[in-house]
Design a protein around this ligand. Structure first.
Ligand code: SAH
Ligand code: SF4
Ligand code: F3S
Length: 442
């Protein structure tokens, strides 16, 4: 029996899909490479923007034909989209051939759901927030040499545009003890990079009775190099309002913790930030960047930015462009604001017309592209330590990996080197893409 998983959305979902794969394997399914060969197809969904949602519904729609051909095919919809208000009803109505709908906080029900459907042909719909989520899943990891590790679930920040707090529930952290146990066993298994995941890693510990915080967690993992040897530690996402001096100090102190911070700014205008409920100002954000750069001159800072938030004036947008030039991000994920039902921003009156949003995103992308190009050009001729991560599928014999600061580099080497650290000299830079060659020390 074969399974096929469609994964949409962020790293959180990528990692959840590894858990889904683990559950399916535990009941005898094996992975296949196309939906046509599958006995079970899982859609692990995202609803952060309308475009994501529309695309997924389109893909679910395409399975109708397959289901007519193979009545035993099991179709599962889980993840953030199914957790939205009214989603179960609308799936039942418009996609009646879907067999299982699960939410974001009851994945462990998947096993029973699949057994129920395959044995009794009885559909299974449940999007309850169990909040008993523990890491006792067998995880089928797919991202060697990197391993994802959840440190916190959910979000309490309620940025006014964002659906995540509604579909992922309240923030809760795993105890340091559990996280350390998982990290140690991953290092023992040979993983070379650990990426800690949370919607806001900087508020880690919130709600734990033991008073644990993110700096303490980083310190504990930072100390593991002594016992386990060289590895890399990354984390995402950092909310600027909670990035403490203590965390900055710990990141700069331990060599295993990469000098690479994903610090979503969203907007460069204090007024828009206020309306977004981000709880920092443009000035505070820029101060934070200076502080990080003062401690770690080689740091790579990346960000998320949105254009066309309700009420965004031309001046607000210009402020964003100006901040992008000052912050010198090595890269930025740029989005057009998308109205999400149930969020406060959806009810704001001064929504921005489509055309204005389109013109702003084009200008923003061009602006960031200039910044990236400049940073890339400065890297040419320098040598960086790179972890060989995997093949570049466009070019035979070319592997890729990242510098400590998070820049992706392409270079020729044997695929046997995946998981090893090498020194790569940057030969040329094409905007975001860097090309280099391995240098061996005499
Ligand atoms: N927890 C993370 C981000 C999660 S969502 C954080 O706080 O930064 C990833 C990114 O999607 C956000 O940073 C934001 O830039 C974007 N995003 C979220 N809601 C959006 C919306 N309604 N429209 C457009 N982009 C959105
Ligand atoms: Fe969404 Fe804000 Fe929470 Fe990030 S911090 S997930 S943007 S509500
Ligand atoms: Fe991630 Fe999308 Fe959910 S961005 S948290 S998968 S809404």
């Amino acid at each position: 029996m074969n399974y096929f998983i469609h994964t949409y959305g962020c790293q959180m979902n990528v990692h959840d899909s590894e858990k889904i794969a683990g559950i399916l394997q535990s009941i005898g399914y094996i992975e296949c490479d196309s939906v046509d060969k599958a006995d079970i197809v899982v859609f692990n969904t995202c609803c952060i923007r309308e475009t994501a949602e529309k695309k997924i519904y389109g893909h679910i729609g395409q399975l109708k034909k397959l289901k007519i051909k193979n009545r035993n095919l099991i179709i599962v919809v889980c993840g953030c989209m199914s957790q939205q208000d009214g989603a179960v009803e609308s799936i039942k109505k418009s996609y009646p051939y879907v067999d299982i709908v699960l939410g974001t906080a009851n994945l462990e029900m998947l096993k029973d759901a699949v057994l129920q459907v395959s044995k009794h042909r009885k559909k299974f719909f449940n999007v309850d927030f169990l909040n008993t989520r523990e890491e006792d899943f067998s995880i089928s990891r797919t991202s060697y040499p990197n391993a994802w590790v959840n440190i916190a679930y959910g979000c309490n920040n309620f940025c006014t545009y964002c659906i995540v707090p509604y579909v992922r529930g309240r923030e809760h952290s795993r105890p340091i003890r559990d996280i350390l146990k998982e990290v140690k066993s991953l290092l023992e298994e040979g993983y070379k990079e650990i990426t800690l995941l949370g919607q806001n890693v900087n508020s880690y510990g919130h709600g734990l009775e033991t008073g644990e915080n993110f700096a303490m967690l980083l310190t504990e993992i930072g100390k593991l190099e002594e016992t386990y040897g060289k590895f890399r530690l990354r984390f995402m996402t950092s909310h600027p309002k909670d990035l403490s001096d203590e965390v900055i100090n710990v990141v700069s102190k331990y060599p295993v913790i990469c000098n690479n911070i994903h610090l979503p700014v969203q907007s460069g205008s204090t007024e828009i930030l206020r309306r977004m409920n981000r709880r920092y100002t443009r000035e505070k954000y820029l101060e934070l960047i200076s502080k990080v750069r003062a401690k770690m001159p080689d740091v790579g800072i990346t960000t998320d930015i949105m254009v066309g938030f309700p009420g965004e004036t031309e001046q607000d947008f210009e402020d964003t462009l100006d901040l992008v030039r000052q912050a010198k991000y090595s890269s930025a994920f740029c989005f057009v604001y998308s109205r999400r039902k149930g969020t406060p921003a959806d009810k704001m009156e001064d929504q921005i017309p489509y055309k204005v949003k389109q013109s702003r995103i084009t200008r923003l992308l061009a602006c960031q592209n200039e910044v990236t190009k400049e940073i890339s050009a400065q890297m040419v001729g320098n040598t960086y330590e790179v972890l060989v991560e995997g093949a570049n599928f466009h070019y035979q014999g070319v592997m890729c990996g990242r510098t400590e600061s998070g820049r992706l580099v392409n270079f020729k080497c044997d695929s046997k080197m995946i998981g090893q650290f090498v020194n790569v000299k940057i030969d040329k830079a094409k905007s975001a893409t860097l090309w280099g060659s391995i240098v061996t020390e005499e």
